[in-house]
Design a protein around this ligand. Structure first.
Ligand code: KG4
Ligand code: ZN
Length: 333
């Protein structure tokens, strides 16, 4: 029986959750709106916003969970990867809370947490399974042997899939983060513009070529017609979305073939994409996969998923000392 307070501050969402015996009782997320005017996350601004929001967000997570502060048995927090200044706010808060209450600290890898977000609500994937984690900062295929045993089979060599959505959106004048907006606008268009697919010999990804192809295509078309983007926005969005989704799948299908694993999960902010989800369902029926898609609240950054990793580490007694520090590049596995 364990009640865990979980803290997530790796990027631009300040989040706190209460997890009781592995069940998420509350999961509060305050998304920082301040970055919209800059067209992307400004690290210094993000850490200041975390400082302002951390205490009210933790208070709300505790009060809506129905447990009292004194019942909390441990504090789980994101050690990394992420923005150092942002991580530092969460790590410092977690240390102070654990010290004041004399309870253990549990460090959590943010990418392991995206994978274990699948254990927030049934149906749960069966081990071993493959998880495609695609977010604003990461794109990787993870072999998940166990709650705490994971291995990266492939990952991006340059941009992340979410970054490709956001940067393509920026080129078309869409506000940050453009991913959800591209998803919405795509519903009114068709993928009529052909962008080249990256060719990779292994299970790694690369999205910088797609980004450059979109940049040059837009430049060329705008020289012929300065209203090209406004006149073709839904078709452009649908084409970009289809290209990124297909690029994500090529390696995922290869990974399934190589490992023989047909339990396939998607995670991270990009897993909220409706075309990624519908394409997964289409391919799962052809390839006889069991597929798993997290609820929207567990796709994007949230402390609930941090608490789920915390729960399994608590059961194994894997605790950290007060001298633990954040790690901007914290590898999975
Ligand atoms: O997991 P997440 O919340 O934060 C990171 O750890 O990065 O992912 C955020 C990313 C952003 O790039 C955002 O544009 C993208 O996920 N995203 C989407 C959608 N919802 C969020 N991309 C495409 N379609 C969506 N519906
Ligand atoms: Zn994330």
């Amino acid at each position: 029986m364990a009640i865990i307070l979980a803290i997530e501050t790796s990027c631009d969402d300040t989040s706190a959750a209460i997890i009781k015996n592995g069940e998420v009782l509350s999961n509060i997320v305050a998304t920082q709106q301040v970055h919209i005017e800059y067209g992307g996350v400004v690290p210094e601004v993000a850490s200041r916003a975390h400082l302002q929001k951390i205490i009210p967000v933790v208070d709300e997570a505790i009060s809506t969970s129905g447990v009292s502060k004194d019942q909390i048995n441990a504090v789980a927090f994101t050690k990394g990867p992420g923005l150092l200044g942002s991580l530092l706010v969460g790590v410092s808060f977690a240390k102070a809370f654990a010290l004041a209450k004399n309870i253990p600290l549990i460090e959590v890898n943010h990418l392991a947490a995206h994978v274990l977000a699948h254990f927030a609500k049934p149906p749960f994937p069966n081990f071993p399974f493959l998880c495609l984690t695609a977010s604003g900062g990461h794109t990787q295929i993870v072999l998940v042997n166990n709650f705490l045993e994971m291995k990266i089979l492939g990952q991006t060599k340059d941009d992340a899939a979410g970054e490709a959505f956001d940067k393509a959106g920026k080129m078309m004048g869409l506000p940050y983060p453009a991913g959800p907006l591209i998803d919405k606008l795509s519903k009114f268009g068709k993928p009529v513009f052909p962008f080249p697919q990256p060719k990779m010999a292994d299970l790694n990804y690369s999205f910088s070529g797609i980004k450059t192809a979109i940049l040059y295509f837009l430049k060329k078309e705008k020289e012929k017609n300065s209203h090209f983007v406004e006149e073709n926005l839904p078709d452009l969005c649908a084409s970009i979305q289809e290209t990124i989704v297909r690029a994500l799948f090529y390696q995922l299908e290869e990974a399934s073939k190589l490992t023989g694993i047909k339990e396939i999960a998607i995670a991270g902010g990009v897993s909220a994409n409706s075309r990624l989800q519908s394409y997964l369902i289409e391919r799962a029926s052809v390839l006889h996969w069991n597929y798993y898609i997290p609820e929207l609240a567990f796709c994007t950054d949230n402390a609930g998923m941090i608490g789920i990793v915390g729960h399994y580490k608590y059961e194994k007694g894997e605790f950290s000392n007060q001298d633990v520090s954040p790690s901007a590049r914290f590898p999975l596995g």
